[in-house]
Design a protein around this ligand. Structure first.
Ligand SMILES: [Zn+2]
Length: 288
């Protein structure tokens, strides 16, 4: 089973009906001032003002469409994406076996992060799972900004640590936890990224999330529905009971959130040059 953007045609219809993989957002140069649903990217927002402004000057706003492939597994990274509204699924695949989602990237992170390690090759495939906005910067420009900004390097290294933690949790989750508990976890993670209790997921995509066949997804979704935790009708997910779904989810949901807090937490005062930074509030590019 291999993900094919063409199979997302139904999603495209409910996601503005646009055909372009991603397009520049007209009339917006800012994650704060963009169209409805635009938010900041937290990695950029946490940079010192001068560093954030310089990075933003190299970025262009784009609209990402469901199913668009931002980079292929083992493909060359041409852009780094900083989501400000949409979210992206990171998938890995071995031969003809079903793929597996190993991470989700939203406004807290970025895609193309191995560039920060000097590696221009993507280890995973990045596919848009939630239509929305992002800022993107060309790989060469990003590398230039990285060389100029210790704060940006620190932020990227911390976020790479988050990603490595996600990989470790996913490997453990697949080995030890039931499909139903894993589905509950991924639905909660998707809810966090979507910022809504309602979103759209095909069984095919859920099979990717879990690394199981569709029949396994059907069984698990039916079980969660029978407990009135979610309703699932033709790909339309409505989370009815968040607390109940958290109880049904495996511990990996909490572990992943905790890892993000742990790795992204700013260092103690005076422990790093970025500790005296000012958030990039006031940056003209953010306020435009
Ligand atoms: Zn788990």
């Amino acid at each position: 089973m291999r993900w094919d953007a063409r199979k997302a045609s139904e999603h495209k219809r409910i996601n503005d009906g646009m055909n372009h993989p991603h397009r520049r957002v007209k009339g917006s140069s800012s994650p704060r001032a963009g169209p409805a649903g635009h938010r900041q990217n937290l990695l950029i927002a946490a940079l010192p003002s001068a560093d954030g402004c310089r990075l933003l000057a190299g970025c262009e706003p784009v609209e990402m469409q469901f199913g668009s492939i931002l980079c292929k597994q083992y493909g060359r990274i041409r852009h780094v994406y900083f989501p400000t509204g949409g979210f992206i699924s990171l998938l890995t695949q071995l031969g003809n076996r079903p793929g597996l989602e190993v991470g989700l990237v939203g406004a807290e992170g970025a895609v193309g992060i191995t560039l920060a390690l000097g590696m221009p090759i993507a280890p995973v495939r990045a596919v848009v799972q939630g239509t929305g906005s992002a800022l993107r910067i060309e790989a060469a420009r990003f590398s230039t900004e990285l060389a100029k900004s210790p704060a940006l390097r620190t932020a990227m290294f911390r976020y790479i640590s988050v990603f490595m933690s996600q990989l470790a949790v996913t490997a453990t989750c697949v080995r030890f936890h039931t499909v139903e508990a894993r589905l509950a976890r991924w639905l909660l993670m998707t809810r966090d990224q979507a910022g809504s209790d309602r979103f759209y997921l095909t069984q095919e995509f859920m099979a990717y999330m879990l690394g199981v066949r569709r029949v396994g997804v059907t069984r698990a979704a039916r079980e969660l529905s029978s407990r009135r935790l979610v309703s699932y009708i033709r790909g339309s997910i409505h989370i009815l009971d968040v607390r109940g779904l958290e109880n049904a989810a495996c511990s990996c949901y909490a572990s992943t959130k905790e890892a993000y807090t742990r790795f992204m937490r700013p260092p103690r005062r005076g422990a790093h040059p970025t500790s005296t930074r000012q958030p990039n509030q006031g940056c003209a590019l953010l306020d435009n």
